[in-house]
Design a protein around this ligand. Structure first.
Ligand code: CA
Length: 489
């Protein structure tokens, strides 16, 4: 059997609802759509912990974050552990990773299992980024999304053409601070992007955790996020200040003219436009560069025998629920985009609603390579799902856990379960922590959403009597999943 090549393209914080193949109403992604047209689109791909470093560690190890050691952004990845890259490297594959690593660098956290790597330190910069490699560090002139692709294509060009390869092309974009390149800087200038339905969400009928989160478009952006000049008297401050009384108040873009407002809703909508346009401009550069990779594979007769996957480390709130950022188990943040082409095996233009996870990726790569997966990997190969086969005992529920209690953006730690119809979330507050006492701000609470009746998750039905039966069944299934995931905390 000829082992297929694998090209894994992953961006950072690119939500599925900003991809036209997922029905985005706000942008076009013609090149990412090409992958879907050539292969399969996954409607229900979810991450097990919606944040950058943990998702990356799950993808490399095929293990939940409590077992691979990267539960939070503060944990460094221990590269001495087994990863899919190491197994592929030991078994005839040429391996490389370029771009965002974000699992710590230096010592045991530098990439392992890769013949070649050039990665950004931490989040990295959009323009003229410093990058690290086994040879040391150097500044690359240009725009980061182009550079990551240039490095990928150069590596493909100089590889040993007799052996299969696994390329991990990891874009930094469209992560905060959303800095577009010159080519896309003026997109959307003379138009308004449609507002999300839930932009003015007031969090009634929801948990205290939702109300408490500090990721609101209305009050939690920094001047830097939206490229605004802090007004007189606010120089040196980070967060955009919007007074209740808007008389004499204005916001001023860098290099622009001050803008005044008549009411609070118009401020929020203006801030949303500033945010989403830069986000989508960064996405447009990714899409162009996905096209460059696909073109290269086609022009070099590699498309037929190469599995190409495009995904993002998690989803993102694009003004949904009045928010930016991620972390919550809510749909926009939980869902990962995933499109895959492999013409030899995957029928073109198909889709699947099977519930698949980032936890499954490692075993999927190994399956394509014809290699057995280690027993302690916790996912499942997606190969049969991708080729449209019905897998009789496929999962009908998934386990999620976010660990950073009231840390970044004041989001409470939580774990939960999602099924095709329901989502049950437990914000466990301080009850599971050994330090600190329980107070009202961190008391445990539950949320239950009926996704069939309420796909936007606007109404917590946990305490409603007609959901008592569903609640009991889900609570029991959640405990089973938690145990199965070997999460004993
Ligand atoms: Ca991310």
């Amino acid at each position: 059997m000829q082992q297929p090549n694998i090209v894994f393209i992953m961006s950072d914080d690119h939500a599925a609802h900003a991809m036209s193949c997922y029905g985005s109403g706000i942008n076009q992604t013609p090149n990412i759509d090409r992958i879907a047209q050539n292969g399969v689109l996954l409607d229900n791909c979810f991450c097990t912990n919606s944040i950058c470093a943990p998702s990356r560690a799950v993808i490399l190890t095929g293990k939940h974050t409590h077992l691979n050691g990267v539960r939070t952004l503060d944990d460094r990845f221990d590269g001495r552990q087994e990863t899919v890259a190491k197994i592929m490297q030991r078994n005839n594959y040429q391996t490389a990773v370029f771009g965002k690593w974000h699992l710590g660098e230096g010592g045991h956290s530098s990439p392992t299992g890769f013949d070649e790597w050039v990665v950004l330190p931490g989040q990295g910069d959009y323009h003229d980024p410093l990058m690290l490699s086994p040879q040391g560090e150097r500044v690359y002139e240009g725009y980061v999304t182009d550079i990551v692709t240039d490095l990928s294509l150069q590596w493909l060009e100089q590889r040993d053409k007799e052996r299969p390869f696994m390329l991990m092309c990891h874009h930094k974009a469209p992560h905060r601070w959303w800095e577009p390149d010159e080519k896309h800087m003026h997109m959307y200038e003379d138009e308004d992007i449609p507002l999300p339905d839930t932009l003015h969400d007031d969090y009634s009928h929801r948990s205290e955790a939702a109300k408490r989160a500090r990721m609101r478009i209305s009050s939690d952006f920094m001047y830097r996020d939206l490229k605004l000049v802090p007004p007189a008297g606010y120089e040196g401050t980070d967060f955009i200040y919007v007074p209740q009384d808007l008389t004499g108040f204005s916001l001023c873009p860098v290099g622009g003219e001050p803008v005044t407002f008549t009411d609070q809703e118009s401020v929020v909508e203006w801030l949303y436009q500033r945010y989403i346009k830069d986000y989508l401009r960064c996405v447009a550069a990714i899409d162009d560069n996905v096209g460059r990779i696909l073109d290269y594979l086609e022009e070099n007769n590699l498309a037929e025998n190469t599995v190409v996957m495009y995904t993002s480390d998690q989803g993102f709130f694009l003004g949904d629920h009045g928010w930016y950022d991620k972390r919550f188990m809510y749909e926009e943040s939980l869902r990962m985009p995933l499109v895959v082409q492999y013409p030899k095996e995957i029928p073109a233009g198909t889709s699947s609603d099977a519930m698949v996870l980032n936890l499954d990726f490692a075993q999927t790569f190994l399956d394509y390579a014809g290699l057995p997966a280690p027993e302690d990997m916790q996912g499942r190969s997606l190969r049969d799902v991708f080729r449209g086969q019905t897998v009789a005992d496929w999962r009908t529920s998934m386990y999620y856990r976010y660990w950073m209690h009231l840390s970044h953006h004041n989001v409470a730690a939580h774990y939960g379960i999602r099924t095709q119809r329901y989502k049950l979330i437990y914000y466990y507050g301080e009850s599971l922590n050994t330090s600190g006492s329980i107070d009202s701000a961190t008391a445990p609470e539950w949320e239950l959403f009926d996704l069939a009746a309420d796909p936007q998750e606007m109404r917590n039905v946990y305490h409603e009597p007609e959901y008592a039966e569903a609640r009991a069944a889900l609570t029991s299934e959640l405990e089973r999943l938690k145990a199965e995931a070997l999460d004993s905390e």
